[in-house]
Each structure stands twice: as C-alpha cells, then as structure tokens.
Write a protein that binds this ligand. Structure first.
Ligand code: DGL
Length: 289
C-alpha cells in the first residue's frame, strides 16, 4: 500500500518497549500522524551504559527513522537517551528532535507548589543530572535517585507483584530520607524512565499523601503537538511526499509501523501492555554494530 502523505510522519525511539507509553500519548494527541516506532531491544538496557555507547546506539536508530522511514519529526521516548544523547541525535539527523526530559521538568514545575521535586530514573540518567539541570531552569530543586531494579521487573511483567511493591517502597523510603536530609520539602515525584508508568499504581500507593506523581509521556505529547502544529502551516505549503508502505492498524486507522532489533514476538507480547492496544506486526531490523 503506497499513499500520499498528508499528515506528519513521526519517528519515535526507545531502547525497548517503554517508549510505547509515550507513543500512546502521542496517538491520543495527534491521531492522524504516521508513526514509526523503533525499540532497540537487542541493546537494552541503555540505563547502565556509558554516554558514548548510548549516543552511538541512539544516533543509529534516529538515522533509521529519518533516512529509512521518512520521519519528519523525532520523539526520543527514552529518558536515558534524552538525558545523555539528545545533542548527538540532533547532530545525526536534520529533522526537529524532541526529548522527554524538558517536558518532564515543565510538568514538574506545574505540579509542585514547594519548588522541590524528586526524580527516579536509570543509573545513567541520574548520573547525567539532566533532570536536575532541566528542573533548575524552571526554578525547581530536584533530588534524583537511580532505581535500577525497576526496569527488569517491568520487563518480567511483574507490574502487580508484592516483590515489586516492596522494591518500590525501599527505593522511595531511601529517597525520602536522603531528600529530607538534603533539606528538600518535595511534593512531586517525576517518573524519569519510560518503564515506570506501568508501575504507577504501586508507586502512587507508596508515596506520602499529597505527593503528585508525574509521568512525562503526556507533557511530551503536548510539546510534540505544539511543535508539529506550529510547523504544519509551513509543511502545508510543501508538495506532499510519497510515504513508504504503512500499515493501517485498528478500527481507528492508526498508522503505525513498529520495529525491534531483537525478538519481535516478545515485542508484540509485551508491547501491547505499554501501548494499551495491539502493536500490530513488528518488523525485525538490524542496525549494525
Ligand atoms: N528507556 C529507558 C529510559 O527511559 C529505560 C530502559 C533502559 O535502561 O534502556 O530511561
């Protein structure tokens, strides 16, 4: 099926399937866009790797989405890649690139009255202090904590297990103690990793009453809608370009092609939980070294 593109092509990238939570929010905001999603599942997790490696991997996926899938915009639906490699990705491609960190910090600003927020994320994201910097730009003090056990628990499907409940309580207790010792009076918690929204019910049960839990997926989708909406008038003046074949999925005619660098079967099975609907057939892609 080949067709004329009349709506933007949005490439969405994550190290795995967690970014499908961001894609779900994008689809709600921009339902007529054409989406290509790639999960670099063969090289997951990014959260324990070095900046150099993350930047190299992320740039390869970004080029795949732009050069082979014809994306007009890129959304980096991975906190680790957004925190460590946003500039490298922007250098690798010539289309507008949006990460999840800045929208997350903006959402934290809107939610916090005290001006102090907590952030949980992967090791690499925390070590980069990208959230701390983005929050500081919004006049917020942020206290960050790495929670490396949470991604494997979600990948294992243990999103409703007493073990995961206990792990979350331990992490959040440590975080609350350290933040209080640092003089913070936090009233919001940012989920700084794309896997964590699946643990939201457990996290909400574990935080003190009154603490707001922030998921950057919605604010990222808002920023994307603003960015793309703002450029739509410019794009409308360009002649429409031919798209690649694009699967029309579901009754709602969502245009989505999913790609993974490892087991497509696992992606299809787990991905639907993150996306909140079937992913459709997933294609295997080899990005090289
Ligand atoms: N997608 C990553 C993030 O949002 C989590 C998984 C990983 O470590 O690669 O930080």
């Amino acid at each position: 099926l080949t067709e004329i593109r009349v709506s933007p092509a949005i490439g969405v990238f994550d190290s795995g399937f967690g970014g499908l939570t961001v894609l779900a929010a994008l689809i709600r905001k921009l339902p007529t866009a054409h989406y290509s999603f790639i999960g670099d599942t063969a090289r997951l997790p990014y959260g324990s790797k070095s900046r150099r490696t993350i930047a190299r991997y992320a740039a390869q996926s970004a080029r795949f989405l732009v050069e082979e899938q014809g994306a007009d915009y890129l959304v980096i639906a991975c906190n680790t890649a957004s925190a460590l490699a946003l500039d490298d990705i922007k250098e690798a491609v010539s289309v507008p690139v949006l990460g999840v960190i800045e929208p997350g910090a903006a959402a934290a600003r809107a939610a916090s009255s005290s001006g102090d927020v907590l952030v949980i994320a992967t090791d690499a994201t925390v070590q980069s202090h990208a959230y701390k910097a983005a929050c500081a730009a919004h006049d917020l003090r942020a206290f960050e904590k790495a929670c490396p056990l949470l991604v494997p628990l979600v990948e294992e499907g243990w999103t409703n297990s007493h073990v995961t409940d206990e792990v979350i309580r331990i992490y959040l207790n440590e975080l609350a103690t350290d933040a209080a010792a640092g003089g913070l009076n936090a009233d919001a918690l940012v989920l700084g990793c794309t896997h964590y929204p699946l643990l939201r019910p457990l996290i909400e049960r574990a935080v003190p009453a009154g603490m707001r839990v922030i998921d950057s997926a919605e604010s990222t989708a808002d920023s994307a809608a603003l960015l793309i909406g703002g450029r739509a008038t410019i794009d409308a003046k360009r002649p429409p370009s031919q798209t690649k074949a694009c699967a029309t999925l579901f009754a709602q005619s969502i245009q989505l092609n999913c790609f993974a660098t490892d087991s497509v079967e696992k992606f299809e099975r787990l991905g639907s939980r993150f996306l909140g609907r079937p992913t459709g057939p997933v294609q295997l892609v080899d990005l090289g070294g």
